[in-house]
Design a protein around this ligand. Structure first.
Ligand code: C2E
Ligand code: CA
Ligand code: CA
Length: 718
């Protein structure tokens, strides 16, 4: 090794600094060591080192700031990043240094190995400069930076060789498409593909970055505005086409472009001319880029936000920025760096960092986004800890425009078409009203005292009401329906006052009949998990809806789900068309747990026809059947539509009334007696009646049936 090789070491720990210096000197390198930035930059200028060893994590100074400053000075020295932190973090830091245009020789992790340092100083370490598990485009290309001239890049821009690929970003919770990130690609006719990790820093160095950014913006905007029109005209794409008018596009912005006010002014004009709301654009800035000059960043970023653009902090976690500064800047999204996400499965530290960033982001009112999701497990993990948005190879790789269309048609869309397929396979659309569902909407309307309760099914272009209480239409258009929004959510959607909600206040269902003010809808799933529609409540007055209310509504929606999957034929008595014992037991159990949860009173009645066998013998089985049918009609007339009524045995009937006041049982029995008396003879309608009110200890239907039966034998005969 030439004795003239010079290594400058900055480390605020003298022992570490001296150790590195000693190893270097033994390897025949001239080494100097400093422990604070002022002396360091003086040496950089005066001594012109070939190599710089830099500790990134120093208690008394910010290693990243030092790198930024080195980049600003146009430092050409090879940088060796040294630190005691984990290799992944070092790698990520090295990548961000490379993005600043610094030459990175490699990473020297603790404990320091003399062989590794010697290798780095001989520039043999270049082969293992930081890289992600997957080789990037940059690493696959053969051209070295020195081959790519200013003219090369200028020509690439002039000849529009720089194109875009788009990587989707999905909502973690619903799995639905939220937007795309535009990523630049360069296919050089001689050099082949050159990765953005290479040409972006060069564009920055050659002063071509603003032109590049503008080209990216224009291409991206045009693509976004055309996207919905590219889909076939088929009706099954209607819904997707509409959604594509709302998705976002993320564009990466280099630090140096941030100061170019004209660029963003033009961006605004492009948006207008292409009919794209600025709110749909997200500018991604790296953490260090925004922090480079926090004061002027604040001005510029605020101005951008005021135009409506959204701002995202990219690669978050690699820049060691001050949380306070962060909180002051008007970001709307925080994007967790992929180095943490990619290692989440195997590294507790990464998981801690991710969780901390998500909590921080939510604490600051920001959306949290994770990139580098390479497995379904990683996606599930992020979802489970509340991350909002997800991006990564497991969802889709960055794709050229045509491939996006295929991906949309097949993948994302197939969620919707699968949903529609399941819905259609139930053969439930356009069928007559069904008591099984009507009972539940009645119950819901009753429990919440709302005038309108619906079980809706969201079809491709309409929402159709399988059960509708308080509305006399059978369907409405999907694009104005509230439920189409509700089924995008996993949980209850509540609109306390639609006239106060920007998304709904101009909706025709709000402005005109039925004049919706309050809406609460809970998704109803098929057993495949597809969201078919909702159980929803509507009021013409604004209302609050508590967590407790949500829990009850969820419960009622589950009742509908159970009805959808129940083997109904096995649950019905063919003679009276009432539930049989099996049908009653499962539904009553459900209703009781609702009562326990919602703190509602319930009463179970048991009615036993007296001398039915004798009647049968005397008048024949056909008359017996007629009598049973007649008695069941009587029960339906007496009890409420929200009650469960069943033929429990040959001549036993059982009724469960939910939400009944303590005097209710007697009133119901009186009513039954009155109606029964009015019926002409002959009939066997002399019956024993017993009832039992739900008590806190009751956990099975059988307990109630037993108590009702005990009571029956002590009661008078009716
Ligand atoms: P970035 O903004 O952090 O972009 C995300 C990078 O992660 C992309 O690399 C993407 O292909 C990659 N990626 C996405 N999902 C995964 C995954 O699951 N695993 C792994 N290992 N990687 C994933 P790409 O396209 O090579 O871009 C690299 C960087 O170049 C970008 O990092 C961004 O900083 C910069 N860049 C790209 N396009 C532009 C641009 O138009 N303008 C500017 N200023 N910078 C750009
Ligand atoms: Ca980005
Ligand atoms: Ca990133």
């Amino acid at each position: 090794m030439a004795a003239t090789t010079r290594l400058l070491i900055l480390d605020d720990d003298p022992l570490t600094g001296q150790t590195i210096a000693n190893i270097a000197i033994m390897a025949g390198v001239e080494a100097r060591y400093v422990d604070e930035p002022a002396a360091f930059f003086q040496q950089v200028k005066d001594w012109q080192p070939d190599f710089i060893a830099l500790d990134l994590v120093m208690p008394r100074m910010d290693g990243v700031q030092v790198m930024v400053e080195l980049a600003r000075l146009g430092c050409h020295a090879e940088i060796i990043i040294s630190s005691g932190v984990g290799g992944r973090v070092l790698d990520a830091a090295a990548r961000s240094a490379a993005e600043h245009g610094l030459n990175i020789a490699g990473v020297l992790a603790k404990p320091f190995s003399p062989a590794r340092l010697r290798a780095l100083l001989k520039d043999e370490g270049a082969a293992d400069t930081p890289s992600t598990a997957m080789p990037t485009v940059a690493e696959l290309t053969t051209a070295s930076d020195s081959d790519i001239s200013h003219q090369d890049l200028q020509t690439a821009l002039d000849r529009k060789q720089i194109t875009l690929v788009y990587q989707p970003k999905i909502n973690c919770r619903t799995g639905l498409l939220a937007g795309f990130e535009a990523l630049a690609r360069w296919h050089h006719p001689d050099y082949g593909p050159v990765g953005p990790d290479r040409f972006i820093p060069l564009a920055e160095r050659y002063g071509l970055i603003d032109a590049l950014t503008e080209s990216v913006m224009v291409q991206g905007l045009r693509w976004l505005s055309q996207l919905p029109l590219q889909l076939d005209d088929a009706a099954e794409f209607d819904y997707l086409r509409r959604r594509l008018r709302d998705i976002t596009l993320s564009i990466n912005i280099s630090a140096s472009s941030l100061n170019n006010i004209d660029l963003f002014e033009r961006m605004n004009e492009y948006c207008q001319s292409m009919g794209i709301r600025p709110e749909r654009l997200i500018f991604e800035l790296t953490e260090s880029c925004a922090m480079e000059d926090p004061i002027s960043s604040l001005d510029i970023l605020t101005r951008l936000r005021m135009k409506g653009f959204h701002l995202s902090i990219d690669d978050f976690g690699t820049g060691y920025s001050s949380m306070l500064q962060l909180a002051r800047l008007p970001f709307s999204e925080i994007k967790i760096d992929k180095s943490f996400v990619m290692t989440a499965a195997g590294s507790k530290e990464s998981r801690t960092v991710i969780k901390t960033i998500i909590d921080l982001g939510h604490g600051l009112g920001l959306y949290t986004s994770a990139e580098g999701i390479e497995s379904d497990e990683a996606l599930e993990y992020l979802r489970s800890i509340g991350c909002d948005l997800a991006q990564g190879y497991a969802i889709a790789r960055p794709m050229p425009a045509e491939a996006v269309l295929d991906w949309l048609r097949e993948g994302q869309l197939s969620d919707e078409s699968r949903r529609l397929q399941v819905l259609h396979s139930l053969n439930i659309l356009d069928t007559p009203p069904d008591e099984r569902f009507d009972r539940i909407t009645r119950l819901a309307a009753r429990l919440f005292r709302v005038p309108i309760a619906l079980f809706t099914l969201v079809d491709s272009n309409r929402q159709w009401f399988k059960s509708s209480l308080g509305l006399d239409v059978t369907e409405t258009a999907r694009d104005i329906s509230f439920c189409t929004h509700a089924i995008e959510q996993e949980d209850v959607m509540v609109i306390p006052d639609a006239t106060q909600n920007p998304a709904f206040k101009n909706n025709p269902l709000v402005l005109q009949d039925p004049n919706i003010r309050f809406y609460a809808g809970c998704p109803v799933h098929a057993d495949t998990g597809s969201r078919l529609g909702t159980l929803c409540l509507i009021d013409r007055e604004p209302r609050e809806f508590s967590r407790h209310d949500e829990a009850i509504l969820r419960h009622a929606a589950q009742m509908i789900e159970n009805e959808l999957t129940a083997d109904f034929l096995a649950h019905v008595d063919p003679l009276t068309n009432m539930l049989n014992r099996r049908g009653f037991d499962s539904r009553a159990q459900e209703a009781l747990s609702l009562c326990h949860d919602a703190d509602l009173q319930a009463c179970l009645f048991l009615l036993d026809l007296v001398n039915f066998k004798a009647f049968n013998q005397q008048h024949g089985p056909a008359a017996g059947d007629r009598a049973l049918i007649e008695f069941s009609r009587l029960l339906r007339e007496t009890f409420r539509g929200s009650d469960l009524i069943a033929r429990y045995g040959d001549d036993d009937f059982v009724i469960l009334m939910v939400d009944i006041d303590p005097l209710g049982p007697q009133a119901a029995l009186r009513r039954l007696r009155t109606i029964a008396r009015a019926i002409e003879q002959p009939h066997p309608f002399s019956y024993n009646a017993g009832w039992a009110l739900l008590e806190s200890g009751d956990d099975s239907v059988q307990q109630l049936v037993l108590r009702a039966s005990d009571r029956m034998h002590s009661e008078d005969r009716h």
